[in-house]
Design a protein around this ligand. Structure first.
Ligand code: OGA
Ligand code: ZN
Ligand code: ZN
Length: 411
C-alpha cells in the first residue's frame, strides 16, 4: 500500500517507463540521491511518489503553514533537507507522517493528487490551474477561433467572464460586442479583471488622427504589424481596443497574426533564421513626450523570446519602435535583417484582415499576436476613434483562477 522505503533504481525506471513519460520527468529523479528519499503512496489504486523533502517543506500544520495567509511559515534556519520519515500511516482520505525530528504532518489525498509529480497530474494542474494550453492559428481560420462575447454578459455573469478570459488566453484574441457607445465603457470591462496597466500613454489611450503626434499610431496612415510597447521590460500583456467610431470610408481594417504560428513555421522550415530571431538582441525604444511628461524607454530583447523549455515567452516586433542602435555583433547584421524580413513577410501572409465594427472591443494578446491597421482617410466628417486600455496577464490569469474557484471548476 504505502511504504517509506529505499527505491531501487531499476524499480523507479520501471515506474517511469510504465508511465511512458520518462522524458517528462526531471533527470534528477533518476539520480541516486533522490531515489532514496521518497515516500510512495497508493491512493485508490493510483501509485504516486513524493520526495521526503517536498512533503516536509509542504507540511500543512499550523506551525508550518499559515491558514489565512495561505503561505508557508516554516523556519528555514532549522529546515533539514535530508529529513527522513520514521513512521508513515494512512487512513481513508489522508497520509500521516512522523519525521525523524518528531514533527508530525498530515496530507489529504486530494491535496496530494493535485500536487503529484506524475506527468498525468502535472499536466492536469498545468492545464486546469496554471494556464490553459494555447491553440495556435492561421489567419484563414480566424472566424472560427475568434470567439464573440457580449458586453453585458461579461460585466454581469461569472460564467461569461470565465469564458471570455479563457478564450482570450487560449487563442490570444477575442471580441466583445454590443459595447455602449461611451468613452468609459471599457472601464467596466477592466473592472471585471482588476485594473489597467498604466504606461506613459496613460491609464487609457485614444487612437485617432493627431497632427504633431507623439506616436505613429495616432495618424491615419497605415500602421504596420507590430506589438505595442516592446520597449517596456514589463510590457502590457493584453491590448483592448474599443471601436467607438469606425471610418465610413475605405481602409482602417485591422490585420492580426498569431506570432506563435509564425514562430513555429520558421523553426520548422528556416531553423537558422529562427536562431537569429531568438538569439539576436534588439533595442526597442520610445523617446518623446506625452501629456507634458518626457520619456526615454529602452529595452533589449530578441524578436522571439523563448524560455528554458523552448516555449515562447514573448514576441517583440515594431518597425517604428526599434531603435537604430544595434546591440549585437556586426556579423549578425545582414543575416538578422533577412530573418526579420522573413518574420515580417510570413506574419503578413498568415494574418487575418477585417474591419472591426463600431461597438466592438477587439481584445488580443500583445506579447503573442502582431497587429496592424490599414490607412484610411481622415476628414472632418469621416473620423475614426478608438479607446484603448492594457491589462497584464498576471491580472487576467489571477482573475481567471479566482472565477474558476467561484464556479467550483477548481479547488
Ligand atoms: C495602436 C494600434 C490599431 C488601430 O494604436 O497601437 O495598433 O486599429 N491601433 O488603429
Ligand atoms: Zn508542520
Ligand atoms: Zn498597436
Amino acid at each position: 500500500m504505502f511504504t517509506s522505503r529505499t527505491f531501487k533504481i531499476n524499480k523507479i525506471c520501471e515506474y517511469l517507463l510504465n508511465a511512458k513519460v520518462k522524458r517528462c520527468y526531471p533527470k534528477h529523479i533518476l539520480s541516486n540521491r533522490s531515489v532514496h528519499d521518497v515516500i510512495d503512496v497508493d491512493i485508490n489504486g493510483v501509485k504516486l511518489i513524493f520526495p521526503n523533502v517536498w512533503l516536509r517543506d509542504n507540511c500543512q500544520c499550523e506551525q508550518c503553514f499559515h491558514v489565512t495567509a495561505k503561505s508557508r511559515i516554516i523556519d528555514y534556519n532549522n529546515f533539514n533537507v535530508d529529513t527522513k520519515p520514521v513512521k508513515v500511516t494512512k487512513n481513508s482520505n489522508s497520509l500521516q507522517v512522523t519525521w525523524d525530528d518528531g514533527h508530525k504532518s498530515k496530507y489529504g489525498f486530494n491535496w496530494l493528487k493535485l500536487r503529484s509529480f506524475s506527468p498525468k497530474y502535472q499536466k492536469k494542474y498545468n492545464d486546469d490551474i496554471y494556464r490553459s494550453p494555447k491553440i495556435v492559428w492561421h489567419g484563414k481560420d480566424f472566424y472560427e477561433i475568434c470567439k464573440k462575447h457580449d458586453y453585458k454578459d461579461i460585466v454581469s455573469s461569472d460564467e461569461a467572464l470565465h469564458k471570455w478570459l479563457n478564450d482570450t488566453s487560449v487563442y490570444g484574441v477575442s471580441v466583445i460586442e454590443k459595447t455602449p457607445n461611451s468613452e468609459t465603457a471599457i472601464d467596466e470591462i477592466v473592472k471585471t479583471v482588476g485594473f489597467t496597466k498604466r504606461t506613459h500613454y496613460g491609464e487609457k489611450f485614444v487612437v485617432q488622427n493627431v497632427t504633431n503626434t507623439s506616436n505613429v499610431a495616432y495618424l491615419s496612415s497605415s500602421l504596420q504589424i507590430h506589438t505595442d510597447l516592446p520597449y517596456y521590460e514589463y510590457c502590457p500583456g493584453v491590448n483592448m481596443l474599443h471601436f467607438l467610431v469606425q471610418t465610413k470610408g475605405e481602409g482602417g481594417e485591422n490585420i492580426l497574426s498569431d506570432g506563435h504560428y509564425t514562430a513555429k513555421y520558421i523553426k520548422d522550415n528556416f531553423p537558422e533564421d529562427f536562431k537569429l530571431l531568438t538569439n539576436v538582441q534588439v533595442e526597442w525604444s520610445d523617446v518623446g513626450e506625452e501629456a507634458g511628461n518626457k520619456f526615454y524607454k529602452l529595452y533589449r530583447a530578441p524578436i522571439i523570446e523563448i524560455d528554458s523549455n523552448d516555449e515562447i515567452n514573448r514576441i517583440n516586433f515594431s518597425i517604428p519602435q526599434r531603435g537604430s542602435h544595434f546591440p549585437g555583433s556586426i556579423e549578425d547584421v545582414v543575416p538578422w535583417y533577412k530573418a526579420l524580413k522573413l518574420f515580417f513577410n510570413l506574419n503578413k501572409k498568415f494574418a487575418a484582415k477585417f474591419k472591426t465594427p463600431e461597438g466592438n472591443i477587439l481584445v488580443f494578446d500583445n506579447i503573442r499576436l502582431l497587429h496592424g491597421r490599414n490607412k484610411y482617410e481622415d476628414s472632418e466628417n469621416n473620423v475614426r476613434k478608438l479607446i484603448g486600455a492594457y491589462i497584464d496577464w498576471d491580472e487576467i490569469y489571477s482573475r481567471l483562477r479566482c472565477v474558476k474557484v467561484k464556479l467550483n471548476l477548481i479547488d
